[in-house]
Structure formats: structure tokens, C-alpha cells
Write a protein that binds this ligand. Structure first.
Ligand SMILES: Cc1ncc(COP(=O)(O)O)c(C=O)c1O
Length: 493
């Protein structure tokens, strides 16, 4: 059987009117591509036959060029495998060849990128972001995920793949997934919705981006919970919103304060089921107040319902969206917490009169979601695996939370307050004075204990010190040791 070369054909410009012989042009094109770093050591180059076909030339000049490149050490051959860019090219080769065209590194040092610097954030490289293990937040019990079932569904999709699946999909997402989601949301979250209102997106962050693009003009005021979800603040700031931090107390967002600060705000972003980061639940009276404000001022509300499936003392609460008689709530959900974050799939339920506008924005930004994850998710839900997994995880996380709480009580004095309700996948440990949460989180990270400081989540003046402790992804046996280690870090040992 004829062996098919897997090498990609590089860009080689041949000019037949040029006086330089063809083999020389090919030789130089390769040499420059190597010197510029476009072809790297170890990379395969196409066979002389393939290149001749692609360039529409006879093989003779190509063989000549390859022989020269081999003789000079730019290429090497491996028996039975083909011709490759030499692995042993000197690292400073490019520096010796400053006169070759295209070799100067692009000069970006003096370029100004300051025109949007106020809005564009810098990458957060805080040490606690990358940790995994006790008490990293945003991590679920991956070892309990039914990975075999998931793999089976992926294989089934692959086996039945048809060319029709290769087309651009529907902008709003696959119909079977939207139908499955509508059933789930109506019964488990009391969300008022039809599949036509659902848009499948690549996580809550994507949903926020689309909502901001669809609803906000630059300079529009937006209420954000203070303290609040840092990534919501970032995407809304990036969209040009004028952020109005509204304090959160034991009942959730202080609506009266919000009205006092900016009655005419265009949008409010809230996490009513499990406030991020404090973990409180928004009371019914505050929910009704918030909906009343939105209706009277013609504003919109984004409800981020990121981990509401997990409540340990009572049944999950109904959504804010389900209480809304005026269709002012954009409901956002995600599979990042209930399944795993790399699935990068979430969804939004959009008020009927906004559907067209949201679809137009979505079509403009990224067209639609990839088909594979959607199809697998639809089957995962409709075959009952999702509901089963949720039930199992609710019991598991409830045990993990109880254990974490018991060990905090054992190792910490009373002034270290546990903030938040019996829900979600993290709790917040309030720190008494004079402790600094950032300092402790930094020290803890150096000892492989992962905790997010609370204070950076505040925007206003009343900053509280505390530590966010995730328990969802922490095995039971690691919890006691983790709490003792944290105690030692706090004591400065
Ligand atoms: C408040 C909040 N919303 C949403 C998410 C999930 O975001 P995504 O769906 O973009 O992964 C998180 C993750 O930690 C979160 O803390």
C-alpha cells in the first residue's frame, strides 16, 4: 500500500520569472522558514513527490534542494519515516542570520495598547487559583463521576456519526438538549420555560458575555453583589458597564440600598440560591423586592444559579425566575459544578421577547456550541444518569460539609465564624482581627492548602477578612488533615 505523507506542505513561493534556479528558490524558502522558526526541529517535511505535485513542478529541482538542505544539516532523514527538520539545529542560528529577510522579531515594546486598559483586566495568577485538593473551590468529586457511562455515550455518538452532524448546528443549541433541559428546569428549579427560550452556551461566563452584549450600552449602570463573583465583575466591566456595588447581608442583596445607589440601573447580577462568595440564600422578601424594582424601573436581572442543586438541610429552593410575573429575569445555569468544568457547557433561559436579540448576538459571537458535548449531555439527562448523579453527589457533599464544619469547630475558636447556609460546594470561614486573608491564602498555597481569600471579592469599603473553603472535591479522609494544616498556617507555623 502506498504510504501517505502526514507532513503539512509549507508555504513555498515559486517565481518562474525569477532568474534564480528553482532548486535554489526551494532551498531558500525552507532555510528561511527554519530560521524564522516557522519550521521547527523534528517536524516532518513532505516527500519530494508530494511537494512536486503541490507545486506543479518536476521532482528534479526538489530533490536538488533537499540534498543541499541535508548536506548543510538543516534536514535529516529517518529510515522508513521520511525527511525531517534537523533536531540538532544550533539554537542561535537565527541570530547569525540577521540579514535574512523576515528574521527581525516583531517589535511590540513601544506599541501602545492603553486605549482600553481601564476595562481589560490582567490575568489573575494568584497562587490559590491553580491548586487542586483541600480546599480548592470550583472542584467537584471527579472520582465519583460516572466516567464509564459518559465514555459509553461519547462512543455511541462517535459510532453513529453522520455527515449531517458535521454542519453548523442550531444557534440556540440542539433541540433534544433544550427539551431535556426545559423538563429538568421546570420540575427541579421551578423555572418558567419552553425549549424555545433556552440557549445552550459554553458555561455561565459565556452566558454573561452574551447577556451583556445584548442588554447593555457602554456606561449603563449594573448592580453587582458586594462581595460578589469576580468573573461576573470582569466580563461586565469589559462590556463597558458602570458597576454599582450593592452590599450583601444575611438576606442576600440589599435591594433598598441598590435603589438608593442607582434606581435606574439597567441590570442586576445576583446569585440568590447560594450567594457567591458568602453562601447566604436570598430571602423571599428580598426576592420579591428585587423583582418589584426590576418591573418598576424596566431593568433586567441575571440569576446565576451555579450550584443550587446542592442544599443539605432542605429541598432545593425554587428559582427567582419562577417567581417573576414580568419576565425580567435571565436565568443562567452551568454543568461546571454538577458535572465537571471542562465540559464547558451551560445554558440560559431568556425572556420570550429577548430571544431574537440574544440569538443574534450569539450568532455574531461564536455561532453555536459544538455538537458532541450537547448530544452526549442530552442522552446523559434523558437516560436518567444526571438525576442519579445529582442525588449521589448531594449526599456525598452533605457528608463532606458536615465533616468540614465539625473539624472547623474542633480546631478553631468561636470568633472564626462559619458564614453561609448548608448548601453549595464551599463555605466561608470568617477571620477575626488582625488576620489577613490574602497573607494566609498565600502561605497556605505554599503548603499545598488551597483557600481563596474573601477580601478581594469586595468592591466597596466594608471589607471582611475570610477564607473560602471548597469541600466538594475533597475526599473525606483529607478533610481533618487539611483543617489541622490550615490551623497551623493561621498560627504562623
Ligand atoms: C458564582 C459562579 N457562577 C458560575 C460559575 C461557573 O462558571 P462557568 O459555567 O463559566 O464554569 C462559578 C464557578 O466557580 C461561580 O463561582
Amino acid at each position: 500500500m502506498k504510504k501517505i505523507s502526514t507532513a503539512v506542505v509549507p508555504i513555498i513561493a515559486i517565481d518562474r520569472r525569477n532568474k534564480r534556479p528553482l532548486h535554489r528558490q526551494i532551498y531558500e524558502a525552507y532555510r528561511y522558514a527554519i530560521l524564522r522558526g516557522e519550521l521547527r526541529g523534528g517536524q516532518q517535511v513532505p516527500s519530494t513527490r508530494l511537494l512536486a505535485e503541490e507545486l506543479g513542478l518536476s521532482r528534479i529541482p526538489i530533490i536538488g534542494a533537499y540534498e543541499e538542505l541535508l548536506a548543510e544539516g538543516y534536514f535529516e532523514t529517518r529510515i522508513g519515516a521520511g525527511t525531517f527538520v534537523s533536531r540538532s539545529l544550533p539554537e542561535n542560528l537565527t541570530m547569525c542570520e540577521q540579514s535574512s529577510p523576515g528574521l527581525v522579531a516583531p517589535n511590540t515594546k513601544t506599541r501602545s495598547t492603553s486605549h482600553r486598559s481601564a476595562a481589560v483586566p490582567s490575568i489573575d495568577r494568584s497562587p490559590w487559583i491553580k491548586g487542586s485538593g483541600a480546599f480548592s473551590i470550583g472542584q467537584s468529586a471527579f472520582e465519583h463521576f460516572p466516567i464509564q457511562i459518559w465514555s459509553r455515550l461519547v462512543s455511541r455518538y462517535a459510532r453513529n456519526l453522520r455527515t449531517t452532524s458535521l454542519h453548523y448546528g442550531i444557534t440556540a443549541g440542539r433541540a433534544d438538549l433544550r427539551a431535556a433541559l426545559a423538563n429538568y428546569l421546570r420540575s427541579a428549579r421551578a423555572v418558567h420555560c419552553e425549549p424555545e427560550q433556552i440557549m445552550v452556551v459554553s458555561g455561565s461566563q459565556h452566558a454573561l458575555h452574551i447577556a451583556a452584549m445584548a442588554l447593555l450600552d457602554p456606561g449603563d449602570k449594573v448592580w453587582l453583589e458586594d462581595p460578589g463573583y469576580w468573573l461576573a465583575r470582569r466580563v461586565l466591566t469589559l462590556s463597558g458597564a458602570d458597576i454599582v456595588p450593592v452590599p450583601v447581608d444575611k438576606e442576600g442583596l440589599d435591594v433598598a440600598k441598590g435603589i438608593q445607589l442607582a434606581r435606574r440601573a439597567r441590570l442586576a447580577f445576583v446569585t440568590p440560591s447560594h450567594q457567591f462568595p458568602l453562601g447566604v440564600t436570598m430571602s423571599l422578601s428580598r426576592r420579591l423586592q428585587l423583582l418589584d424594582w426590576a418591573q418598576k424601573s424596566g431593568s433586567w436581572i441575571i440569576e446565576d444559579d451555579y450550584d443550587s442543586e446542592y442544599r443539605y438541610e432542605s429541598r432545593p429552593l425554587a428559582s427567582l425566575q419562577g417567581l417573576d410575573p414580568d419576565a425580567r429575569v435571565i436565568y443562567v445555569g452551568t454543568f461546571s459544578k454538577v458535572l465537571f468544568p471542562s465540559v464547558r457547557t451551560g445554558y440560559m433561559v431568556v425572556p420570550p421577547d429577548l430571544v431574537e436579540r440574544f440569538l443574534a448576538v450569539r450568532q455574531t459571537i461564536d455561532v453555536t456550541q459544538s455538537d458532541l458535548q450537547q448530544a452526549v449531555l442530552a442522552e446523559f439527562i434523558s437516560e436518567g444518569h444526571f438525576a442519579r448523579h445529582l442525588r449521589r453527589m448531594r449526599n456525598l457533599y452533605s457528608e463532606r460539609r458536615a465533616l468540614l464544619e465539625a473539624h472547623i469547630r474542633k480546631w478553631f475558636e468561636e470568633e472564626f465564624e462559619i458564614i453561609g447556609d448548608q448548601s453549595g460546594m464551599h463555605l466561608t470561614l470568617g477571620l477575626p482581627k488582625p488576620f489577613s486573608d490574602i497573607e494566609i491564602a498565600n502561605r497556605a498555597a505554599r503548603q499545598n492548602v488551597w483557600t481563596w481569600p474573601l477580601s478581594p471579592n469586595y468592591y466597596g469599603s466594608e471589607v471582611r477578612q475570610g477564607l473560602l473553603l471548597g469541600f466538594g472535591g475533597v475526599a473525606k479522609e483529607d478533610i481533618p488533615r487539611g483543617v489541622r494544616q490550615l490551623r497551623r498556617v493561621i498560627e504562623g507555623n
